[in-house]
Design a protein around this ligand. Structure first.
Ligand SMILES: Cc1cc2nc3c(=O)[nH]c(=O)nc-3n(C[C@H](O)[C@H](O)[C@H](O)COP(=O)(O)OP(=O)(O)OC[C@H]3O[C@@H](n4cnc5c(N)ncnc54)[C@H](O)[C@@H]3O)c2cc1C
Length: 411
């Protein structure tokens, strides 16, 4: 997908080698691109480019990192809310800093991490909540998109307008989001808590009742933990060695899990005393079945080998055409209480054939869930094989309406 963009290109770099993700060499985001450009602001010029590689080696990547101005702050002390305008490369951290200095926040739409709000809106990113709007896009008031002809099109929030419903989760297919007008609020404090639940209380409990009362809440399973941390090079090398040893051994995977779990301390520490608490929910019971099968029949224990363990998130219903928590689908599935997101990141060994210890398990689990439940893609986290399978679970009318808007923006 290449398009004419209205970004002023201030520096360009010819690329004949892989363009890596943040993880560095060995983790290419693009194997073959024609160039990487670093625009510094959105303006009128004609440069064919995209924000992510496609299969076309003539694609030119634009890095939005330096397009990061924040302007038009508006929030009266007595007002319920206000707004601010942010450019494509503004990250959550940048915006949080900027707003904090002005006694403001973007409320519950914050996902955190060093990722951009524009890409989060494009990909339908969300945090975990059944009570508050969970989509990052729910905070967007206007999305300014550079269409296929290089024009900036301002799409304003309007639930009755298919342009808005497509722009709300566009996957970048309408064009690059150059800037957004975002809703802001007076700053407020939240308190954090963690509870260890007995497996039985969770398995046979009321999952909606457990999650709904909180502004944000999720479940962490197995010896799961979420840590925001920095490590030294030596620590990182040791961890890498341990994780790579786990490519052929569940012993090393379990050792890594236990070691990381005991090394990182409160408040990043997420204690779990049970092996795998599961919720009274068919999807999760099915996953539990698959886990048990992997051990009993294939003799391979499942462990969580990535930083965050297994994370189960929840999303309040929010209507747009391709969003993860949308509703009103022709399959008749009941989304009225929201959607559940099973997030199981794993470490892919950087040695040998790069295959994980339980390699066949992961695609098998995805196929099982997609075929047995109305599972839709988690756009930010799945891989192409999963998208291809789960496409059948996206409402055909939503897809058709999206395509009309897409063709209008980028023929
Ligand atoms: C540690 C971590 C935790 C995360 N937690 C969550 C979570 O809790 N919930 C969740 O939903 N996601 C989560 N994610 C996923 C994250 O939300 C997405 O990967 C997000 O899209 C990353 O933004 P980025 O700026 O790195 O975008 P990139 O990875 O650079 O781009 C992602 C996609 O967006 C497109 N894109 C980028 N910029 C634009 C633009 N300006 N206009 C149009 N399209 C654009 C790209 O072409 C690409 O397809 C997490 C990611 C990480 C690394």
């Amino acid at each position: 997908m290449s398009r004419i963009l209205a970004f002023a290109v201030t520096a360009s770099l010819a690329f004949s080698e892989p363009y890596n993700t943040f993880d560095g060499p060995g983790h290419p985001t693009c194997n073959d691109v024609a160039g990487v450009y670093d625009p510094s602001t959105a303006a009128n010029t004609s440069t064919p480019c995209d924000t992510m590689c496609s299969d076309d080696p003539s694609t030119i990547i634009i890095r939005t990192e330096n397009v990061n101005q924040i302007a038009n702050f508006s929030l009266e002390p007595s007002a319920e809310d206000g707004s601010v305008v942010i450019e494509a490369g503004v990250t959550f951290f940048q915006l949080a800093d900027y707003l904090h200095q002005r006694n403001a926040s973007i409320g519950y739409a914050l996902v955190s991490w060093n990722i951009t709000l524009a890409a989060s809106v494009a990909m339908g990113a969300h945090r975990s909540s059944l009570r508050q709007d969970s989509m990052v896009a729910s905070g967007a008031l206007e999305v300014h998109i550079i269409d296929g002809s290089g024009n900036i099109r301002v799409v304003k929030r309007d639930e009755n307008d298919d342009q808005w419903l497509a722009a709300s989760t566009s996957l970048g297919l309408l064009g690059v989001i150059a800037r957004m007008k975002f809703k802001i609020y007076l700053d407020f404090k939240v308190y954090a808590d963690q509870k260890i639940l007995a497996e039985n209380d969770v398995l046979n409990g009321d999952i909606y009742g457990l999650i709904f009362p909180y502004a944000t809440a999720n479940f962490w399973c197995q010896q799961g933990f979420q840590s925001t941390f920095s490590v030294t090079k030596t620590e990182a090398d040791t961890a890498l060695g341990l994780l790579n040893a786990g490519a052929n051994s569940s012993f090393f995977n379990s050792l890594a899990e236990t070691t990381f779990f005991s090394l990182w301390s409160f408040p990043n520490f997420r204690e779990k005393t049970n092996n795998l608490p599961l919720i009274t929910c068919l999807v999760l019971k099915r996953i539990r079945e698959a886990f048990d099968y992997e051990l009993e029949v294939n003799g391979k224990q499942m462990t969580s080998t990535y930083r965050s363990g297994i994370n189960i998130k929840f999303g309040k219903p929010y209507f747009d055409l391709l969003g993860q928590v949308t509703y009103g689908t022709a399959d008749g599935a009941d989304w009225s209480k929201g959607a559940m997101m099973f997030d199981f990141p794993t470490f892919r060994p950087t040695v040998g054939d790069g295959k994980r210890f339980n390699e066949p398990f992961y695609p098998m689990l995805a196929t099982t869930l997609v075929n047995e439940f109305p599972c839709r893609p988690h756009w930010t986290k799945n891989i192409r094989g999963v998208f291809e399978q789960s496409k059948k679970n996206i409402d055909p009318d939503h897809l058709a309406r999206f395509k009309v808007v897409k063709d209008d923006f980028d023929s």
